[in-house]
Design a protein around this ligand. Structure first.
Ligand code: IVH
Length: 664
């Protein structure tokens, strides 16, 4: 390893530190780029010299295949929240009581609460080993590949005698300016924008490709340490923060030492509230920590948070803007949600131009019309909310639910008794396709074993699967050409589609995903109508004769089969060979036991499932226990407590011979 190579590493690391940690820039981009090129050239020529802490290691990495789990040696905790000065003060009053000293004598360290994601970085003998997310506090994910690209994180600690082990914990965040730039770029490229800087930071860290992370401006500020084995002994939390700065990390300039005096909390909060908008990064509150580590130890923890630190969260931010229009979005289940389109406003660090309105009842409650001046609230990661009408617009326009689905043009139906409106396009509505196909193929319904939700999503995105009928048009090539799939897996999918074709009418009906029609109601429908044509032709009145089918379900079923597109899809599926052989030719059975509840007990000669099917076929419900509501108990040999209970309650009892004579 030659001296030039060593010197280049030292220089670039020093320049990175000055620029990204100390916010000083002393050399020109040209000098920096020239040195970096030289470094890369030497490493290409002498790969055997490559040092783990070379700045080239921040950007050169390959994408990873999977996130490895990392168990935290010391648990990563979270913080209790307080939402008023009184709450913050009483938190420390409690701590002071437990420590048996006056609150005002406590030394407290005030730190901005950075709005990003928590990361723990492990160094051994001064060298970066790995970085992990918080996860559940005990086990996180290895995100070293992305964390290494952050230049305010040293790859080697700046110390002659580094500790054997040091885990540095802190927040990775994206500065506001970097976030705005990133979203502008995303808009230009027609790609997905991030909701706020925190999501942008988290999204960048939780992806596989370090080249993406290297292109984005992420920063890191430490706020504590985890596992530590070293010579240094610390008395104060602020000593740790200073020590970390000596080792090469950023130190937040807006930290302050205060005491537990109420007036000091008040002044500190006002200070930070005033600073907030001018800070380069988003903060969502202040963290107050007891500075003495001895007192921290004396207090310990409760559940997952320390008894010596608390977050004081900023209240939600509110601004006024104008409601320009309301669009209706069709969700994956067909529900239509009104979305407010607003004159863009900057609130809580992001530009907001949309807000959810939940449903039509909410619009009515707010008395909202297009053209009104409205108040928008944004709190943390919560989707912006329209809180109230500030002033009605001069030319107000009522907000009306469309009669037809904006995606597929099928009629929109209000579910009576509910706030929700639904598109009745069902099987042919593109907005609902992936969800419908998933539901259809799921284990509970058609049970198409090798056609999982991920594969469905990809095939849907590629336009191969647009309706459930397309499942039966799938070709091996459609699947084999996908990343991670091959001819064998493609054949497995086709085999499971074939194997799933023989089914039951009830299973098939449930699989269609008619709103409100689940497994049980599909069973009742199949029991009653026996054949698909009989069900598809049924009127609302006929449907309501079926046990457990109410007016909303009946309406949904009629609406479903009134839509030609749905019928065409079902016909295509049947034509492709889906069948229910046992039931296809059975006649409709009279529902002579409709409304009755039966209980089976003791040992029967016929299989229990058969007795149950006979009873259900006649419209009865079969329950597991006897009560006053039980109509009849079918008691086999050696019947025990259920029979005794039936006799005690005076419930009718029938034996197997009587049952066979009457019903079979
Ligand atoms: S201290 C044992 N200090 O807030 C205490 N956390 O709501 C551990 N956070 O998971 C946390 N700035 O991600 C601490 N100055 C700060 C912080 C901070 C942001 C985050 C951190 C934590 C979350 C808890």
């Amino acid at each position: 390893m030659n001296a030039e190579y060593q010197q280049l590493i030292a220089n670039i690391n020093q320049w990175d530190h000055e620029y990204h940690v100390l916010d000083k820039s002393i050399i020109s981009d040209e000098v920096y780029d020239h040195a970096f090129q030289k470094l890369l050239a030497i490493e290409a020529e002498h790969p055997e010299w490559l040092r783990a802490d070379s700045p080239s290691q921040r950007v050169g990495g390959k994408p990873i295949d999977d996130f490895q789990k990392i168990e935290h040696k010391v648990r990563m905790l979270s913080l209790a929240n307080s939402f008023s000065l009184e709450e913050t003060f009483s938190f420390f009053e409690k701590a002071a009581n437990e420590l048996d000293r006056p609150t005002a004598t406590l030394d407290i360290f005030s730190e901005p609460k950075l709005d990003g994601l928590a990361i723990s970085i492990r160094y051994e003998n001064g060298l970066f080993v790995y970085a992990a997310t918080r996860g559940d506090g005990q086990v996180g994910e290895d995100v070293s590949h992305n964390i290494k690209t952050i230049r305010s994180i040293p790859l080697t600690l700046a110390s002659e005698q580094p500790p054997e082990v040091l885990e540095v914990r802190g927040e990775v965040f994206m500065p506001k300016a970097a976030f705005i730039k990133l979203n502008e770029l995303a808009l230009q490229n027609n790609s997905k924008t991030f909701v706020n800087p925190r999501n942008a930071a988290a999204g960048t860290i939780r992806q596989m490709n370090p080249k993406i992370a290297a292109e984005r401006d992420l920063q890191f500020i430490p706020y504590s340490i985890g596992d530590y084995q070293g010579e240094q002994v610390f008395a104060l939390h602020s000593d740790i923060i200073n020590y970390l700065a000596d080792l090469g990390f950023r130190k937040n300039p807006d930290c302050r030492a205060i005491t537990g005096d109420f007036a000091e909390f008040t002044a500190d909060f006002q200070r930070m509230e005033q600073l907030r908008d001018s800070l380069p990064m988003e903060i969502d509150g202040i963290v107050y920590k007891l500075d003495s580590l001895a007192l921290q130890n004396a207090l310990g923890f409760i559940a997952r948070s320390p008894k010596w630190a608390v977050a004081r969260k900023f209240p939600a931010q509110q601004v006024t803007t104008q409601l320009l229009d309301v669009d209706f979005q069709v969700g994956r289940t067909g529900a239509l949600t009104p979305v407010a389109r607003l004159t863009p406003v900057f609130v809580g660090g992001v530009t907001v131009s949309n807000a959810t309105l939940h449903n039509m009842d909410e619009i009515e409650r707010l008395g909202l019309c297009i053209g009104d001046s409205v108040e928008i609230q944004r709190a943390g990661d919560v989707i912006p909310k329209l809180v109230r009408v500030v002033q009605p617009g001069e030319q107000r326009q009522a907000i009306i639910m469309p009669e037809f689905c904006p995606v597929c043009a099928a009629p929109v139906l209000r579910i009576s008794g509910q706030a929700a409106y639904r598109c009745t396009g069902g099987l042919s509505c593109a907005a609902q396709a992936a969800e419908r196909i998933n539901h259809y193929a799921s284990r509970k319904f058609m049970n198409i074993m090798n056609l999982g939700s991920k594969l469905i999503e990809v095939l849907h995105e590629q336009g191969v699967l647009t309706t459930i009928a397309d499942i039966y048009r799938l070709k091996a090539d459609d699947i084999a050409q996908l990343e991670g799939q091959g001819e064998k897996s493609a054949q497995n999918v086709l085999d499971s589609i074939e194997a799933s074709k023989k089914t039951k009418l009830a299973t098939f009906l449930g699989a269609l995903g008619i709103p409100e029609i689940g497994e049980e109601s599909a069973k009742s429908l199949a029991n009653y109508f026996k054949t698909y044509p009989a069900l598809a032709a049924a009127s609302e009145e006929q449907l309501m004769q079926v046990p457990d089918i109410g007016p909303v379900m009946a309406k949904n079923i009629v609406a479903f089969f009134a839509d030609d597109k749905n019928c065409q899809i079902v016909d295509a599926i049947i034509a492709a060979g889906v069948n229910w052989p046992d039931e296809q030719s059975a006649p409709i059975q009279a529902q002579t036991l409709a409304g009755q509840t039966w209980v089976l007990t003791g040992t029967l000669q016929m299989p229990r499932a058969e007795a149950k099917a006979i009873l259900e076929g006649l419209g009865a419900k079969v329950a597991g226990s006897v009560s006053k509501k039980t109509t009849c108990v079918l008691a086999g040999e050696d019947a025990g407590s259920k029979l005794a209970k039936a006799q005690e309650l005076g419930v009718k009892v029938i034996d197997e011979a009587g049952f066979l004579a009457e019903f079979c």
